[in-house]
Design a protein around this ligand. Structure first.
Ligand code: PAF
Length: 284
């Protein structure tokens, strides 16, 4: 595995692979790699012959009151995971390398209205930071395809929109959420949860499962089933629970077809997300 921390040698490595006709697949991460990331790497391997993984805790996507310093950093374990999983190139730059002019004056990607709802309402500068770093990583790695997890469903939707709206030459592949055996969606933030909070956090996936288990019902009935779980769940402070169309557009109770149920809640001080596909029929 090639380990690279600077942009120039990474560009050279990529150019060499491209000249050799290799298909480059990219898995961007913030490290603290878990089984969910491993599945992204496995998925990447199916789509090309050179897998590039990046590890960069991007300060631009953390708000002023968020957990940038506390974000779990496990470089040695991450390196071992990448080697074990057969990653070909690991790009792990530092902040100075990615933002040489500093963060304040940086040119950034505006996510538009979709970046202001749901997660964007709670974290106003978050998606600007995500899209800026993803665009920059795309420009450096020049992948044929990039793989992202569906757990951050709004992030994935916005990255697809950015690729379309800025005509970026990369295919974006979403990978289904990877769950613990008890149903909790895997996330680096799960490491913040105590054993008790982990138990409490199961209410998120259970609420979504309750909505799906109704069978095709209307939006309101699906939401009601999920609320019945969440509203009585100890230790869970709900931020939002919504059912949208697959592109995160609002739907009413008459909507039918494939939809998405998304939930965000705080357990202790940890903000958790989950989502699922849900089939709706007209309500009422
Ligand atoms: O999902 C993540 O880990 C991050 O938001 C990403 C896409 C690597 C950008 O920093």
């Amino acid at each position: 595995m090639q380990q690279i921390v600077h942009i120039a040698p990474l560009r050279q490595a990529i150019a060499t692979h491209k000249r050799a006709g290799h298909r480059i697949v990219f898995v961007p991460t913030m490290g603290n790699l878990h089984a969910g990331h491993v599945r992204l790497v496995e998925e990447a391997r199916l789509h090309g012959n050179i897998v590039v993984c990046s590890i960069f805790v991007n300060p631009l996507q953390f708000g002023p009151t968020e957990d940038l310093d506390a974000y779990p950093r496990t470089p040695e374990a991450d390196l071992a995971v990448c080697e074990r999983e057969g990653v070909d190139v690991l790009f792990a730059p530092d902040v100075e390398e990615m933002y040489p002019g500093g963060l304040v004056d940086a040119v950034m990607v505006d996510p538009g209205p979709l970046g202001t709802v749901l997660e964007g309402a709670a974290r106003p500068t978050h998606f600007r930071g995500v899209l800026t770093i993803v665009a920059k990583l795309f420009a450096i790695v020049r992948p044929d395809l990039a793989v992202f997890g569906e757990k951050d469903f709004q992030q994935l939707a916005l990255i697809r929109r950015m690729v379309r709206d800025l005509a970026l030459d990369v295919r974006v592949e979403g990978h289904p959420i990877v769950r613990e055996t008890d149903g909790l969606a895997m996330s680096s933030r799960n490491t913040y949860l105590s054993v008790e909070q982990h138990e409490q956090a199961l209410a998120l996936s259970q609420a979504l499962a309750a909505a799906v288990e109704q069978g095709p019902v209307g939006r309101d009935a699906a939401l009601k089933a999920a609320h019945e779980v969440l509203d009585t769940a100890p230790g869970v402070e709900l931020d939002y629970l919504v059912v949208t169309d697959p592109l995160l557009g609002e739907v009413d109770d008459d909507f039918h077809g494939q939809a998405r149920a998304l939930v965000a809640a705080r357990v202790g001080t940890t903000r958790l997300l989950d989502n699922t596909a849900v089939l709706l029929r007209e309500g009422r």
